[in-house]
Design a protein around this ligand. Structure first.
Ligand code: BG6
Length: 485
């Protein structure tokens, strides 16, 4: 095992999935505060109210979408909103960070809630209570020698940006985000590692109806606006804080060709270009790749890309490349339908999680090589983990051997990739403490080394318990990845 000295072992959470305190400390509602719970079969939704007082629901990814005419995002008293309290990091952060320190964290990957910092937009000013909360969190981390790695954006924004501006499809949001980024970087001088967007490519694969031309156009424009906003913040940090580092993150949508039929290989290459490399190529290399132009033509979309945008993208390339990695999928052209399906073909060689995600540590090693070969900048594996059903026993223990096995195999894969030349700067386990699932809004889909006693409807004591994986993680992290057995 050869993890470098100073390797950033740690954990990752996001404000909207863990923090709670949705209406405390001067925070305004954000997009996910309107998300109901859900399950795999009945997805979480965003709720709104119509001028006549009736409530409605729409698919949750509203950050780039249109609400029905006249609709306002609204809390429906008949629904439960799991993110409102989440697992209550807002009130437990000291206790939680002390446990992270015990686990041997060197890094804590987290997001700022935009709605806590600028609840009413840039013009209305910064919220001192929100700022104070995050200073306190960072102080607590640094007390234990844990470096905060701070993401500015994770599927979340003050809700009024969606109602009044239509979200990311509106170019006005670029400047709002840039000002939010600059103000945060200036304010939180104690933070060394920054990141602009979490899973920036999600804007593109959250297209709900690929036959709806308007929707496809809107999502690609929204992604472009995010890429420009990201690049401008990166440049600001480089110009003003040359000792600090900044990245941007991709959702690790990684696919294998299902067969060695060259048609499958070509189809998989196209899927990887479209779902993964497209955005990464822009924020890591500073320009749209040549295949992007082909893709736009194929999709029949025309993006609004100004000269200033092109300049900004060029000047704002990242210092490190962040990615998440949970599972892999397969692509084939051989099914009866003849259609590509990047999220659906089962890999006969892999086992799956309780939620049907294919567990593929070798895929992680392969993927890391691919990314590093392409960009030659340090990589940060900032989300990896296993969502599973856990049982809290009467004596307060949780026996999660499956999570230990998952972690061991993925740490091994990373160490092999490093041995073979990949420059990996850190690894932050997703959901180091239980939180609300982003995909389904469940809490029972648990990722943590730390169990939080709360169910899908907010019932429970919110007490924290160490799972078996807690001791395992501690051993791995404190031995710098030497002891993984
Ligand atoms: C990542 C997201 O892609 O997947 C996280 O960045 C999310 O926010 C994680 O929680 C796991 O997905 P889920 O749906 O199990 O929460």
């Amino acid at each position: 095992m050869c993890f470098p000295k100073g390797f950033l072992w740690g954990g990752d959470i996001s404000a909207n999935q863990c923090e709670g305190g949705w209406d405390e400390g001067g925070k305004s509602p954000n997009m996910t505060d309107y998300h109901t719970g859900g399950t795999v079969n009945s997805p979480r939704m965003a709720t709104y109210i119509m001028p006549d007082g009736t409530y409605g629901k729409t698919p949750a990814m509203i950050e780039n979408c249109n609400l029905p005419e006249g609709a306002k995002l609204a809390i429906n008293p008949d629904e439960f909103y799991p993110n409102h309290k989440a697992t209550d990091f807002y009130h437990h952060y000291k206790e939680d960070i002390a446990m992270f320190a015990e686990l041997g964290f060197k890094a804590f990957n987290m997001t700022l809630s935009w709605a806590r910092i600028f609840p009413k937009g840039i013009k209305e000013g910064i919220n001192p209570e929100g700022v104070e909360f995050y200073h306190n969190v960072f102080k607590e981390c640094l007390k234990y020698g844990i470096e905060p790695l701070v993401h500015l954006y994770k599927y979340d924004m003050p809700a009024f940006y969606i109602e009044e501006l239509g979200g990311w499809k509106n170019r006005f949001l670029i400047e709002e985000f840039v000002e939010f980024g600059k103000a945060s970087i200036d304010e939180f001088q104690e933070v060394t590692y920054w990141s602009t967007f979490n899973e920036i490519n999600a804007a593109q694969f959250s297209i709900l109806d690929s036959n709806n031309q308007e929707e496809v156009q809107r999502q690609y424009q929204a992604l472009h606006n995010q890429l420009v906003a990201s690049a401008k913040v990166v440049k600001y940090l480089h110009d003003n804080y040359p000792d600090k580092k900044i990245g941007c993150m991709q959702a690790g949508i990684f696919t294998h060709a299902l067969t060695c039929d060259p048609e499958d290989e070509l189809a998989n290459q196209r899927e990887m270009q479209k779902n993964f490399w497209y955005a990464g190529d822009v924020f890591a290399r500073g320009y749209y790749p040549s295949y992007a132009k082909y893709l736009w033509k194929e999709l029949n979309i025309i993006l609004d890309i100004t000269e200033e945008d092109t300049k900004a993208l060029k000047e704002g390339t990242v210092d490190f490349f962040e990615f998440s990695y949970y599972f892999s999928n397969c692509v084939t052209t051989q099914e009866a339908t003849g259609n590509l399906n990047f999220m659906g073909k089962k890999n006969p060689y892999l086992k799956e999680s309780d939620w049907g995600w294919a567990i593929d540590p070798k895929g992680l090693k392969f993927f890391m090589h691919e990314i590093y070969d392409r960009y030659q900048i340090p990589l940060m594996n900032c989300e990896n983990g296993l969502g599973a059903f856990d049982t809290l026993e009467e004596d307060g223990t949780v026996h999660d051997q499956y999570r230990i096995d998952y972690m061991r195999e993925h740490v091994k894969a990373m160490s092999e990739a490093i041995d073979e030349g990949v420059d990996l700067m850190g690894y932050t386990w997703w959901g180091c403490i239980d939180l609300v699932s982003a995909g389904t809004g469940e809490i029972r889909k648990r990722y943590g080394f730390i169990y939080v006693d709360v169910d899908d409807f907010g019932n429970g004591t919110y007490k924290r318990y160490k799972k078996d994986s807690f001791e395992y993680c501690k051993k791995v992290y404190t031995s710098n990845g030497e002891d993984i057995d």
